[in-house]
Design a protein around this ligand. Sequence first.
Ligand code: ATP
Ligand code: MG
Length: 353
Amino acid sequence: MSVPSPDGQTRRRRLLTGLRPTGKLHLGNYVGTLENDVRLQSSGEYECFFLIADYHALTTYYEQSRQLGGNITETLLDFLAVGIDPEKSTIYLQSLVPEVAELFLLFTMLVSISRAQRIPTLKEQVRDLKLESASLGLLNYPVLQAADILMVKGEVVPVGKDQSSHIELTREVARRFTQLYGPVFPEAEALIGRVPTLPGTDGKPKMSKSLGNVILLSDDARTVTAQVKRMYTDPTRIHATDPGHVRGNPVFVYHDAFNDHKDEVADLKRRYRRGQVGDVEVKQKLAAALDRFLDPIRERRAYFAQRPQLLEEILLAGSERARAEARKTIEEAKEAMGMTYFLGSRGLVAAQH
Ligand code: ATP
Ligand code: MG
């Protein structure tokens, strides 16, 4: 879809996806966001930006800052492995576009402390990571995310359901900015994935890097089999002859999401409900389906993993492109705010409006 720009030309809508380099990416990241990213990139209708959000990683991993370098490479490899194409899209690193920190600072004035405290992911993070309390950095997580999105004037943001409250805050920031200073920023829309929240292999409601209940996009066949074997299924079922529950059973959620043999899935569900199939067979077929799904991803990952020079070039070139956008946006924002002190003819004196 294209939108008319002031000069009468049409430009493609902008899409932004950000991932924290807190570890390798997993199946949840795939169905929550990456799948939509690749689809919309290929449609050619969107100008796509893919961000590796290392400042965001610091909000919970500030003590492990030295590990970020390695994680950034892994995240980049995962992006490329699923089919994000640096020829079509801009892949960049947050800390190589420091202008985002400036925009973030401007935005912090537009969000009250109590509003930031109402974001549900904040409480979840504090609970899941067993933090004593949230740092200011963590409280500001969604405000920094608003800066990421609006810095490139993102209009579509593919995310898992857990992030929808952050996009709502981004919309509020854009609206508030428009009210106060004028229309610089669009109102971004969240695009929730086909599976809004993929459960963890342990049966917890969400697969998360930080919870370790994951199947990684980079896992080899043996690891996938081992993970699937350990997977949580229907706790009420003791023998293969007991009728089992399919709904809410993570093994079947994964079958639905990843098994391309739909007849096989329907047959397994029918037999499971009647107590005519054991967990072993259901899990073997799931592991095989996951391998079919992951094989092309593993292949592309291996290709790029052998080319460290190319990885560096991709990230540097993307970050330069993103930075040029960021500079333009900051300039527009400051102009709208009347912060044009050095642009006026009288030097330090602010330009009169
Ligand atoms: P962390 O535990 O470090 O927060 P994460 O596994 O939640 O990691 P993120 O980098 O925070 O991953 O999220 C990247 C994207 O993937 C976001 O759009 C998020 O909503 C989505 N996502 C993460 N986990 C899932 C899941 N289990 N199901 C669907 N989408 C998910
Ligand atoms: Mg997360």
